[in-house]
Ligand binder design. Structure first.
Ligand code: 5GP
Ligand code: ZN
Length: 137
């Protein structure tokens, strides 16, 4: 039996404030919003994180992320957005079903930039790190 809470939202077994649904994805409001309009977009199929999402699902999934962002922009007129995903426990991922957080941002909302979530300056030269990543293919 699948005990994944977001699979249950996708199947309708658990209610959620859905914004829209496509053949591939669902956008719904976060139950503990960090900002007005804090939305999550999930693929309908279970994938733990971005790496697990089948290649053919990636395009339709990101189209839904774009659509949700644009709808929120029109409806709530925020000054900007913070967009992103927690991947793995170390990053704060609590629900093991891929989800894209859409956080509307307003001037003076007390938030920070996405890159401020970590402060782990590399000791290796960027050229060495880049070469390692390029070799991974
Ligand atoms: P994570 O830390 O895994 O990136 O974020 C999981 C998010 O899912 C949290 O922001 C949490 O509030 C939200 N969440 C967890 N359970 C539910 C639920 O049953 N319904 C909704 N709408 N959101 C949920
Ligand atoms: Zn799931």
């Amino acid at each position: 039996m699948n005990s994944c809470i977001f699979c249950k939202i996708a199947s309708g077994e658990i209610p959620a404030e859905k914004i829209f649904e496509t053949e591939h994805a669902i956008a719904f409001l976060d139950i503990m919003p960090r900002a007005p309009g804090h939305t999550m977009v999930i693929p309908k199929i279970h994938a733990e994180n971005l790496s697990d999402l089948p290649r053919e699902e990636v395009g339709p999934y990101f189209e839904a992320c774009q659509r949700a962002t644009d709808l929120i922009k029109k409806a709530l007129t925020p000054d900007g957005f913070t967009l992103g995903m927690n991947y793995g426990r170390v990053s704060g991922q609590e629900v093991d079903h891929l989800h894209f957080h859409i956080l509307p941002r307003w001037q003076g909302d007390g938030g920070h930039s996405l890159q401020s979530v970590v402060s782990n300056k590399p000791t290796e030269d960027v050229k060495i790190i880049a070469e390692k990543i390029r070799k991974a293919t």
